[in-house]
Design a binder for this molecule. Sequence first.
Ligand code: FAD
Length: 484
Amino acid sequence: DKGLMWFRRDLRAFDNAALFHALKSCKQVHCVFVFDKAILDTLPRADRRVEFIRESLVALDAELHAVAGQAGAGLIVRHAVAADEVPRLAHELGVQEVFANHDDEPDALVRDAHVRGALANFGIGFQTFKDHVIFERSEVLTQMGKPYGVFTPYKNAWLQKVNDFYLKSYPVGKYIKALAARPKAYQVPVPTLADLGFETTNLSSLHVPTGSPGGLALFEDFFDRMDKYDDTRNFPAIKGPSYLGVHLRFGTVSIRQLASTAYKRMLVGSKGAETWLSELIWRDFYHQILHHHPRVVTGAFKPEYDEIKWDHHKHAKELFAAWCEGRTGYPLVDAAMAQINQTGYMHNRLRMVVASFLTKDLGIDWRWGERYFAEHLNDFDLAANNGGWQWASSSGCDAQPYFRIFNPTNQSEKFDPEGKFIRRYVPALAKLSNKAIHAPWLAKPMELEEVGLVLGRDYPRPIVDHAEARKLTLERYGVVKKAK
Ligand code: FAD
């Protein structure tokens, strides 16, 4: 039998569920990746993610060559509408089955249903597998058989259920002989960014490692820091987190390998590993929330929060633009927005701070911020991003209560006490003292003068007063209390 392995968000040749099953059950397996025009056509012409994927495909292609130990084996890469191209190619190659890993985002499910139908018309099967998370869909349910809506009991049930079976790697190498040589006509190099109609970004000058070699290097680097993660993870100026988000997004690392490493370390008493594993469980948690409640893509998880009247006046557009461009006058918020704009990454603590600021200081609908993140984050993931925004705006499952409103200045003093992160991303403030840097508008005029900083010229004054905004937000969120 012949099979076709369709890579999507699983760009690695090791520990890959669908690839393993394809190789195990077919005599000959071809591999394809489609740069999907249905997605690419909606993106700006410079997009770090497209570059990340392209680089990762070059690595995947090389890996397939290497593991197969033969020339000709490798990846067929297409630039087309995936929903049409995959059935067409499968038919052309004369395969009996197409293999892929689950993608539970609503648009992907629609695409896959279309592909399944089109393949069936050719008499070709479509098999899909869990690969992206440890537990998906309805694998972890309450004793009543319902999906969890609160994280801690979900996490406890997750930890109760997990064992070697769920954490072990798929031994792809065992059946690698089935990897087929590409027919001559398909032996073309991975298209360049220009071929795809995209521009080069600053990804390589940022030294973002790509492909599974890049993912492995980052994980090895993090491995030595994992035990300290619980102490370091909240401070954006410190190299605390793993920076693996983008690799988890595109599957250039294996979640099973990461989770089993953290799990084993937790069992021998590492607090850092325990906390980090907990973050990986949040990832599974939001994944199953999206599966059970796809309506969160457009509406609040808690519907009463859709009654909130957000500030949508012309003024709100200006405030939103200031937030996007890091001109709010709140140094930590502005530094965080500079980080995402310059690098496509933002530290988790800062994602919470800027999301709270947008919704609860500026009174702007969380969906505006969600969209901005979706466009700019290298590690953008619908389930996690939606979950994060709904958490910050209090509308989500297990979100923070609406009356908990981050004070952006206190957050800055607490999590960037020496202003190191702010100095890195807002050079205009670099010379201020550790005290003044968190709230320059409160600095003594003499200090501003000494460092030559004129507020309103070199750096904005605050665009809102936090104390006033807080009051307005409590009123705005009042509808939620009434609805209960
Ligand atoms: P680490 O701290 O090393 O964590 C390891 C991994 O755990 C992450 O890569 C991620 O896969 C997972 N993870 C960590 N925290 C969470 C979380 N709260 N929810 C779900 N998974 C988590 N994460 C995304 O992967 N994509 C997003 O689009 C995204 N948007 C967010 C938006 C907001 C408003 C907030 C508050 C959080 C968002 N997060 C998102 C979660 C988190 O901020 C990032 O996963 C993390 O900062 C990525 O950096 P890292 O890989 O260095 O993380």
